[in-house]
Design a protein around this ligand. Structure first.
Ligand SMILES: [Zn+2]
Length: 347
């Protein structure tokens, strides 16, 4: 079966694509509070949801992410956060998004996977019929849970044949070596699933080497520390492996200390395929629009470079060639229109 995505109706096509975005990281503080009102707040959590949205370190961010998932207890909760996400993406001009979801966190609490997926798919279809984005799901494994968690992801994907785009791996990069997951990534590809991996975010270039050479990942989540290794850069360039860079996320988790230190401009200069994404938009108080603004305002890229990154986001997605062409055409039209408006305003 083809792992390519379903066609986008022309009327919903917009000019942006997001390829690194976690469903659980899109839950706003207001939604979190509302979910607590329905099923009660886990007593281990703070009474003020806002405190889960500021992170002093990467480990603390991972802890907050896990704590927020405790508010998800019913398939309806998943439907609600999917609806919220679709509406936000629509406002951001997003035509399609490849969204991470970590089902094992919830199946281990007794919520059946197919009930969750049905609720999420129904919500996404409802919003898409109203001009929202096309969503596709990537099941994300929690690295520190070891291969057992990833096996459960593959079982979930097998249960929902044709409804899951791929698998990924996230969490603590230093916890379990890539070799432990190699056979499972291979098995996923045999099932027709696409494979991606978080690497080179918190851990160094070695982690990216392993994601490519041991796991066979087609795209790298973050990968920013590749900038430290010229041989790795040459390999990424030669094999045309895209990086899913999430600039604000890197600042908020403390992986990068200041905007001035962010390696994105160096990666662009090195000829690496760069895309820009939000990662966990609510947890990092960002949006795709903000990320594109940051390219020029914070990272000093010119308009042409920012446009190339937007285009790369479409090309690096797992959409079908015809869907890519349709969105790229819209990027071209949107860009030439805004340039025209800019010229008229100046004159
Ligand atoms: Zn991520």
């Amino acid at each position: 079966m083809s792992p390519q995505r379903a066609l986008l109706p022309r009327r919903t096509a917009r000019s942006r694509v997001e390829i690194h975005l976690h469903l659980e990281g899109s839950i706003s503080p207001a939604r979190l509070r509302a979910l607590w009102e329905v099923s009660g707040r886990d007593p281990s959590l703070p009474s003020n949801p806002e405190s889960l949205y500021r992170h002093r370190s990467f480990p603390e961010f991972l802890q907050h992410f896990a704590q927020i998932t405790k508010a998800l207890n019913r398939p309806e909760d998943l439907a609600q956060i999917t609806t919220d996400l679709c509406r936000r993406l629509k406002r951001q001009g997003v035509a399609a998004a490849e969204v991470f979801f970590s089902p094992v966190i919830l199946t281990r609490r007794g919520i059946p996977f197919l009930e969750m997926l049905d609720a999420m798919d129904e919500a996404a279809a409802r919003e898409r019929a109203r001009g929202g984005p096309a969503l596709a799901w990537i099941l994300d494994g929690v690295r520190q849970w070891g291969p057992g968690g990833m096996e459960e992801n593959l079982r979930c994907a097998a249960m929902a044949a044709g409804r899951i785009l791929g698998i990924g791996i996230g969490g603590d990069e230093r916890s379990v070596p890539a070799e432990a997951f190699a056979a499972l990534f291979h098995a996923a590809r045999q099932m027709g699933l696409r494979t991606v991996a978080h690497a080179g975010e918190f851990d160094g270039p070695e982690s990216v080497w392993k994601a490519v050479e041991v796991l066979g990942a087609e795209r790298i989540g973050h990968g920013i520390r590749s900038a430290e290794d010229p041989l790795l850069l040459a390999m990424l360039r030669r094999r045309r492996i895209p990086l899913e860079v999430c600039p604000t996320s890197n600042l908020r988790t403390g992986v990068v200390r200041r905007w001035h230190d962010h390696p994105l401009p160096r990666l662009v200069a090195a000829g690496i395929r760069i895309t820009v994404n939000t990662d966990d938009p609510a947890l990092f108080r960002t949006s795709l629009h903000t990320e594109y603004q940051a390219l020029q305002r914070r990272l000093g890229l010119g308009e042409a470079a920012a446009l190339r990154i937007q285009t790369e986001g479409v090309r690096a997605s797992f959409l079908s060639p015809s869907d890519k062409r349709r969105i790229l055409q819209r990027v071209k039209v949107t860009n030439s229109t805004s340039r025209l408006i800019g010229r008229k305003t100046k004159s």
